[in-house]
Design a protein around this ligand. Structure first.
Ligand code: GLN
Length: 304
C-alpha cells in the first residue's frame, strides 16, 4: 500500500523550500492579487479516501480547468456531433493563439484552447434555458458540493482586458462557427473561468473521470467511451504547448489553469489537484508541475 499522505507531506515540504515559483498571471488584473507563496495538494483514490497537504482547502480561480466541465456537459447534450465544430488535435500553440484558427477556417484544434472552449460555451448557450445557472448546478452536482460559485469580480476583470478572447470569438463568428452573439458567449465563458474551487473540491469533482463517468453522487454523466475521449484530450491538449512536457515529466492526463491550478488523474486509481499561483513561461503552474512529477516518480504511478 502506498502511503499517499507521506508522499504529499514530502512534496509540501519541498515546495515550501522552493523560492523560484514562476510568475503570477496578471493579464487578468484580479488574479494578480493572489499570494504567490500559496501551495496546496489534494489526492482522492478510487475508494474515496482523501489525502492533503498545504493550502488544499483554500479556493482559487480555476480558469481553464473549467473547460473540462463545459466539455463534459456539452457531450452530454449533443454527443459526438460536437466534433463537427471542434477538432481533437493538439495545437502546439499557447492557449490563446489565433493564427491556426484563421488558417483552419474557424474550426478550433481542440476544446481546451480558448477558441475551442468558446465554441463549447456556444453549444451550451444554444441548448440551455439559463446557461450560467444550469452550468453551475451541473458543476455542483458532479462535485457533490453546493457551495461552489462563480466569482463575478474575476469575470468582470477578465472582461475588461479580454481583447484576445473577443478577437477569437469574432473570428469564430466570421467563420460561422458561433451561433450566439459574441457578448453572450464571452459573458458565459468569463463566468465559467471565474469558478472558484479548492484542490480538495477539484480532486473530488474529477472523480468521475477515474470512475467511468460516475460522479460521487453515483450519477452517470458520461459513457465510458466519452470518458476515454476526455482523458485522451487532457493528455494530448490539457497543457497547450507544454502537453508533451507534462506527459514526459508527469505521465498522466490533466488540465491546468492560469489561476495556478492543475488536476491530473490515473483512471481507476486516483485524481490529484495542486495549486501554486506562479506560472512557468508556458502558462502552467511551475511548482504544480514539479509536485506532480515528484508524485508519479515516487509512487511509480503514471499511465506509462
Ligand atoms: N480565462 C482565461 C483566458 O481565457 C483562461 C486561460 C487559462 O486558464 N489557460 O485567458
Amino acid at each position: 500500500m502506498i502511503d499517499f499522505q507521506h508522499v504529499l507531506d514530502t512534496i509540501h515540504q519541498t515546495a515550501q523550500k522552493t523560492d523560484d515559483r514562476g510568475k503570477i498571471a496578471d493579464y487578468i488584473p484580479e488574479l494578480a492579487k493572489v499570494d504567490k507563496y500559496k501551495f496546496g495538494i489534494h489526492l482522492v483514490n478510487m475508494n474515496q479516501e482523501n489525502f492533503s497537504a498545504g493550502d488544499s482547502n483554500e479556493r482559487f480561480s480555476i480558469q481553464s480547468i473549467s473547460k473540462v466541465f463545459t466539455l463534459t456537459m456539452a457531450l452530454g447534450l449533443i454527443g459526438e456531433k460536437l466534433w463537427t465544430r471542434v477538432d481533437v488535435e493538439p495545437s502546439g500553440d499557447p492557449f490563446n493563439h489565433l493564427s491556426l484558427l484563421e488558417f483552419e477556417k474557424g474550426i478550433p484544434r481542440n476544446p481546451f484552447i480558448n477558441p475551442g472552449a468558446i465554441v463549447v460555451a456556444d453549444v451550451l448557450i444554444s441548448h440551455l434555458k439559463n446557461p450560467k445557472d444550469e452550468f453551475l448546478a451541473f458543476v455542483r452536482n458532479i462535485a457533490d458540493d453546493e457551495t461552489i460559485d462563480y466569482n463575478s469580480t474575476v469575470a468582470a476583470s477578465e472582461k475588461q482586458t479580454g481583447f484576445h478572447n473577443y478577437a477569437a470569438a469574432n473570428l469564430l463568428k466570421s467563420f460561422k462557427n458561433l451561433e450566439n452573439d459574441v457578448e453572450t458567449v464571452l459573458d458565459f465563458y468569463f463566468h465559467q473561468c471565474s469558478l472558484t474551487m479548492s484542490c480538495a473540491q477539484l480532486a473530488n469533482t474529477f472523480y468521475l473521470y477515474i470512475n467511468n463517468g460516475r460522479c460521487r453522487r453515483k450519477n452517470t454523466h458520461l459513457t465510458s467511451g466519452q470518458v476515454k475521449r476526455i482523458n485522451a484530450l487532457m493528455l494530448t491538449c490539457g497543457f497547450y504547448d507544454e502537453a508533451g512536457e507534462f506527459a514526459f515529466e508527469v505521465g498522466l492526463p490533466g488540465k491546468s489553469g492560469v489561476g495556478g491550478g492543475i488536476v491530473a488523474l490515473h483512471p481507476n486509481k486516483f485524481c490529484v489537484a495542486t495549486w501554486s499561483p506562479g506560472l512557468n513561461e508556458k502558462g502552467n503552474s511551475k511548482l504544480g508541475m514539479l509536485a506532480l512529477e515528484k508524485l508519479t516518480t515516487e509512487t511509480e504511478l503514471s499511465i506509462f
